[in-house]
Design a protein around this ligand. Structure first.
Ligand SMILES: NC(=O)c1ccc[n+]([C@@H]2O[C@H](COP(=O)([O-])OP(=O)(O)OC[C@H]3O[C@@H](n4cnc5c(N)ncnc54)[C@H](O)[C@@H]3O)[C@@H](O)[C@H]2O)c1
Length: 246
């Protein structure tokens, strides 16, 4: 199986995980607008109605479940995937000395191991078709991180490391792999851990004087999926409004 003509992206397949809401939904919406044949994946069954509103496909999959690999592989049975966006994630703030190890393991499994599962399931179809793009959602926490974010920051640093290795392993097959490190985006994630004072102090960290919008992340994903980004791989790209510059 080969990819559809790049000028006819309507048949180029894109898969976005964690797409029932938040950043993932914005990414999926943008990819549909850009005429990718997009599949939204989420553990939340709401993904079905959300996808149907967009005119896209959907799959309800818990990426930590034993059948996740098989279910993801089924998405590329009939056509190869051009773009895999590993976006699903969970957040936690707990002081390190209080972290419950079961919670630690769960967070690493959702945020990092699930990307191994999806890459193992989907990247072979890219390799067979002669190339593709993988975009993994990391976080500014991978590079900075704040007290209470140990499990989350470690999981996202793992995402960046995973992307670096995957880029080296898949590059010879024409598959690029990049991580995105957003700063603060006001989605449902972490909503219960923020107040007006925190939002004001995060906003002040950016020289641009604002927090990120979901579309700031979607623009970068659209670019990484495009032909113009064919020589960008193994990177951890900040979308932090200048909060993080390394
Ligand atoms: N919001 C931010 O400020 C921010 C900043 C940096 C990075 N990120 C990252 O961006 C990504 C999306 O964040 P968001 O703010 O949209 O979060 P969100 O909580 O709004 O959405 C996350 C989505 O992932 C899904 N999900 C969770 N566990 C899953 C599983 N086991 N299987 C399948 N789907 C699962 C959820 O159902 C949800 O739809 C995450 O990886 C997050 O770590 C977010």
């Amino acid at each position: 199986m080969t990819h559809a003509d790049p000028d006819d992206r309507v048949a180029r397949r894109a898969i976005v995980t964690g797409a029932a809401r938040g950043i993932g939904l914005a990414l999926a919406r943008r990819l549909v607008t850009e005429r990718y044949d997009t599949t939204l994946v989420d553990v939340d069954p709401a993904v079905e109605s959300v996808a149907s509103e967009l005119g896209a496909r959907s799959a309800v999959i818990d990426l930590t479940a034993p059948d996740a690999s098989q279910r993801m592989r089924a998405l590329v049975d009939d056509a190869p995937c051009w773009l895999l966006v590993n976006n699903a994630g969970i957040f936690d703030t707990t002081p390190l000395l209080d972290v419950c190890l079961a919670d630690w393991d769960r967070l690493q499994t959702v945020n990092t191991r699930s990307m191994v599962t999806t890459m193992q399931a989907v990247v072979p179809s890219m390799i067979e078709a002669g190339g593709g793009r993988v975009v993994n959602m990391a976080s500014m926490a991978a590079k900075l991180g704040t007290p209470g974010e140990a499990a989350y920051a470690v999981s996202k640093a793992g995402v960046v490391a995973l992307g670096r290795i995957a880029a080296q392993e898949f590059g010879p097959h024409g598959v690029t792999v990049n991580s995105i490190c957003p700063g603060y985006v006001l989605t449902d994630m972490g909503a219960d851990t923020r107040n007006d004072e925190q939002v004001a102090s995060w906003t002040a960290m950016s020289p641009l004087g604002r927090l990120a919008d979901v579309d700031d992340i979607a623009s970068l994903v659209a670019y990484l999926a495009s032909d113009g980004a064919s020589y960008i791989t193994g990177q951890a790209l900040n979308v932090t409004g200048g909060m993080c510059t390394s």
